[in-house]
Write a protein that binds this ligand. Structure first.
Ligand code: ADP
Ligand code: MG
Length: 238
């Protein structure tokens, strides 16, 4: 478990609104875990807690074995993130966007070029290195953000609704790349509100109204119904 992600007893409130309630789960290394939940389920709140943008008064988070509360620097160094809202500078090239992030993370200068090349190569983005982010389509922009999230060689990769707004081909491309990364040993947590995105996941968590509704393999969770029927009847969301 030490190189994966572990969450236990996580709670979070926005004033009177309980956004997360006793959330616990584990994702081992080498696993593509989908976190499925309708809008407002608490997915992005969980991402904020995992990235320490928000801090929970209760519960514990371990990233690659590091306790996020006690060893935040080590824990966050093991985490790569693609946030729901894009965070890239459209006026910079792909290469420049990545190199600024590398500097922000304090990567030694002598390894930065090689890390950027390797990260872009993993996403089939090397030939776009010197294009401006503004000139890329949505799928390539997301792949750039994914490459950037790999620069510091994280053990755990967190993606918050990474395919929203993308067409089917771009969604398929990014999904295939992230499956490859999990096959190469990364622990992946991929959030979505779309049931058709979670069918090929190794592991499925369903979040509803801030609580984990189901935890296991998609086939075992849905039983004899289709996943979209199961999801509709349990959450009211299509
Ligand atoms: P999801 O990402 O699954 O769509 P969120 O984590 O964004 O869900 O939101 C979970 C719940 O918390 C929702 O009811 C949302 O309205 C509420 N919420 C999210 N952010 C805030 C905030 N900054 N202030 C108050 N309520 C919030
Ligand atoms: Mg969200």
């Amino acid at each position: 478990m030490s190189s994966g992600l572990s969450v236990s007893g996580l709670e979070f409130r926005f004033g009177p609104k309980q956004a997360l309630e006793n959330v616990s789960f584990e994702v081992p290394a080498g696993t593509f875990c989908a976190l499925l939940g309708p809008n407002g389920a608490g997915k992005s709140t969980l991402v904020s807690l995992l990235t320490r943008l928000l801090v929970s008064p209760d519960g514990a988070i371990h990233i690659a074995g590091y306790d996020l509360q006690r060893k935040p620097r080590a824990a966050l160094a093991a985490l790569g993130v693609v946030f729901q809202q894009p965070t890239l500078d459209l006026n910079l090239t792909v290469w420049q966007n990545l190199s600024y992030f590398a500097a922000l993370h304090g990567l030694p200068r002598n390894i930065v070029s090689q890390r950027i090349d390797a990260a872009l190569e993993r996403l089939d983005m090397r030939e776009r290195a010197h294009e401006k982010a503004r000139d890329l389509n949505g799928g390539h922009r997301r792949r750039m953000e994914l490459a950037r999230a790999l620069l510091h060689e994280p053990k755990v990769l967190l993606l918050d609704e990474p395919t929203v707004g993308l067409d089917a081909a771009a969604r398929a491309a990014i999904t295939a790349h992230v499956h490859d990364l999990a096959d190469q040993g990364l622990c992946v947590l991929w959030t979505t509100h779309l049931t058709d995105e979670v069918r090929d996941s190794d592991h499925l968590l369903v979040l509803h109204q801030g609580a984990i509704l189901a935890d296991g393999q998609a086939g075992a969770i849905r039983g004899t119904s289709s996943l979209s029927d199961w999801f509709l009847s349990h959450t009211g969301a299509a």
